[in-house]
Design a protein around this ligand. Structure first.
Ligand code: SAM
Length: 449
C-alpha cells in the first residue's frame, strides 16, 4: 500500500530560466547569484559582476539552493574570454571550470575562494596566515594570450556506447566525445586515445610520465566485456582492470611495465597502477621546494611524511636530515607502500608503514618528531589526527592541501592545538579548473613572529 503520509516530491525547477546579477565566486567552480524571489543559485560558466540568464540544471521548489548554467551573457565581465576549448560550455565537458576566464582572472578567483574559506571555516585573514593573497602560476605556465598550458599528465577518458573516447559532463555519467583535450600534456596527446575506437571498454586512464618516456594506459572493460587486442603505435604499457567474483578490483599487465617512472627532486620515482602522483609536470618539484624551504630540515632530525604516496616528501626529507636523522612515512595504498619502500631503499633510516594515518600513527610508539609533512586527500586530516600531530611537538609542520576547505578546517584544529601558521603559499597547478594546491607552514604558537 502506498504510504499516505509520504509527501509528493516538490516540483523540479530544471530548465527554469532566471535573469540575474552574478555575485561572488564560491568554492566549487561557480558563482553565487540570487533570483528576484530570493532563491540562491550556484551558476557555472559565468564570472562575478556579470548579468546573465541562468538556466537551472539541478533543484526543486523546496531546495536550499539551485544549480544553474549561464546560457546567455547579457553583460560580460572584462575578465571574460571566448573559451579556447570547443568542448567547454553549458552541458558540455565537466573537466574545466574557468575556460571562459583570462588566466590572471582564474588565479584571482582561486585566491578569492581561498580567502573566503579561510575566513569562514578557520576565522583567519590572509594576514593571519602570512599569505600574500596570490595564487602563483607554475613556472612556464605564463603563456601569451590565447595559449593554454598542456599540463595534464594523467587523463581519465570515459568511453561512450559507440566506443568513442571523451570526458564526463559536469555532475553526470554522460560522455562528451572529444578529438583532443586542450589541457592534456603533449605525451598524452601523442597516445592518440581520441583517434581510435574502444569497443567493449568503459574507461581508458592514460599517463604520460615526466622526465621519462614511460607511457601507460589502463583499460577497464565494460561489465561482461572482453578486452580487445590493443595495439598502440607507441611503446606503451597496457594494463587491464578486472573484477573478481567478489567484486575486488584486480589489475593485469597486458604488456610493458606495471608502473611508470617519474622524475622529481633529482631522483626517479616508480609509481605503480593506481598510485598517486601530482598531475602537473612541475608540481612535484615545486611542492618539494616549497615544503623544504618552509621546514628547513637539519641534519639529524626526525621527520614524518604522512599520506606519503610513493615517498616523494620522505625522500626529500631523508636527503636533508642525513644519516644521523630518520624519516617515517605512512600510506594506506598497499601498492604505493611497496613503491615507496623501493624508491627509498637506499636510505637505511627511512621506514614506510602501511595503513591509515589515523590508526597507524598512534601505534608507532613515536612520542616526538622534529618535522611533519602531511599531504592528505581532499577530505583533509581531521581533528584527531591534527591533535596527534601536535602532541608530537614538531618544530615545524608542512601541510600540503589540494582542497582549501579541508585546509581551513584543519588549520583551525591546529590553532586549537597550539600551532600557528607561519606562512602560506597557493599554487595554480590545475589551470583552467577550479582547483589549486596550497602549502601552509606551521610552528608552535609560542614562537616569536
Ligand atoms: C594527495 S596524495 C599525496 C601523496 C604524496 N605526498 C605525493 O605528493 O606524491 C594522498 C595520499 O594519501 C593516501 N591516503 C588516503 N587516505 C589515507 C589515510 N587515511 N591514511 C594514509 N594514507 C592515506 C592516498 O593513497 C595517497 O597516496
Amino acid at each position: 500500500m502506498p504510504d499516505a503520509s509520504a509527501e509528493a516530491p516538490a516540483p523540479s525547477l530544471v530548465g527554469e530560466e532566471y535573469e540575474v546579477e552574478v555575485g561572488p565566486v564560491a568554492h566549487g567552480g561557480h558563482c553565487v547569484a540570487r533570483t528576484e524571489g530570493g532563491r540562491v543559485l550556484f551558476v557555472r560558466h559565468t564570472l562575478p559582476g556579470e548579468r546573465v540568464v541562468a538556466r537551472v540544471t539541478e533543484g526543486h521548489e523546496d531546495s536550499r539552493f539551485l544549480r544553474a548554467d549561464a546560457v546567455r551573457i547579457l553583460q560580460p565581465s572584462k575578465d571574460r574570454v571566448e573559451a579556447p576549448c570547443p568542448y567547454a560550455g553549458p552541458g558540455r565537458c565537466g573537466g574545466c571550470d574557468w575556460q571562459h576566464a583570462k588566466p590572471g582572472a582564474q588565479r584571482r578567483l582561486k585566491a578569492e575562494v581561498l580567502t573566503e574559506q579561510l575566513e569562514r571555516l578557520a576565522g583567519m585573514t590572509p594576514q593571519d596566515v602570512s599569505w600574500d593573497g596570490t595564487v602563483e602560476p607554475a613556472p612556464g605556465d605564463k603563456l601569451p594570450p590565447g595559449e593554454v598550458p598542456g599540463w595534464r599528465t594523467r587523463v581519465q577518458y570515459a568511453i561512450d556506447e559507440e566506443g568513442r573516447a571523451g570526458l564526463r559532463r559536469h555532475r553526470s555519467h554522460d560522455v562528451e566525445p572529444i578529438d583532443r583535450c586542450l589541457i592534456a600534456a603533449p605525451g598524452i596527446d601523442e597516445l592518440g586515445i581520441e583517434k581510435r575506437e574502444w569497443p567493449q571498454i568503459a574507461s581508458v586512464d592514460a599517463i604520460a610520465a615526466t622526465g621519462s618516456q614511460d607511457r601507460q594506459v589502463v583499460l577497464t572493460p565494460r561489465p561482461g566485456g572482453r578486452l580487445p587486442i590493443v595495439e598502440l603505435d607507441k611503446p606503451v604499457s597496457v594494463l587491464r582492470v578486472g573484477e573478481s567474483k567478489t567484486g575486488v578490483k584486480s589489475v593485469h599487465r597486458v604488456h610493458g611495465r606495471d608502473f611508470v617512472r617519474e622524475r622529481a627532486d633529482g631522483r626517479t620515482w616508480r609509481v605503480g597502477e593506481g598510485g598517486f602522483w601530482q598531475v602537473h609536470p612541475q608540481a612535484a618539484d615545486l611542492l618539494v621546494d616549497a615544503v623544504m624551504r618552509g621546514l628547513t630540515p637539519r641534519k639529524g632530525e626526525m621527520a614524518l611524511d604522512l599520506y606519503c604516496g610513493v615517498g616523494l616528501f620522505a625522500g626529500a626529507l631523508a636527503d636533508r636530515v642525513g644519516e644521523a636523522g630518520a624519516v617515517l612515512g605512512i600510506e594506506s595504498g598497499k601498492r604505493a607502500v611497496e613503491d615507496a619502500r623501493r624508491n627509498l631503499e637506499d636510505f637505511p633510516r627511512v621506514r614506510v608503514e602501511h595503513g591509515k594515518v589515523e590508526s597507524v600513527l598512534p601505534r608507532t610508539g613515536i612520542t616526538e618528531a622534529d618535522l611533519v609533512v602531511l599531504d592528505p586527500p581532499r577530505a583533509g586530516a581531521g581533528k584527531r589526527t591534527v591533535q596527534h600531530i601536535a602532541a608530537l611537538t614538531p618544530r615545524r609542520i608542512a601541510y600540503v592541501a589540494c582542497d582549501p576547505a579541508a585546509l581551513a578546517r584543519d588549520l583551525k584544529y591546529f590553532t586549537e592545538s597550539g600551532y600557528r601558521p607561519r606562512f602560506l603559499r597557493a599554487f595554480d597547478l590545475f589551470p583552467m579548473t577550479q582547483h589549486m594546491e596550497c602549502v601552509a607552514i606551521l610552528e608552535p604558537a609560542g614562537k616569536g613572529a
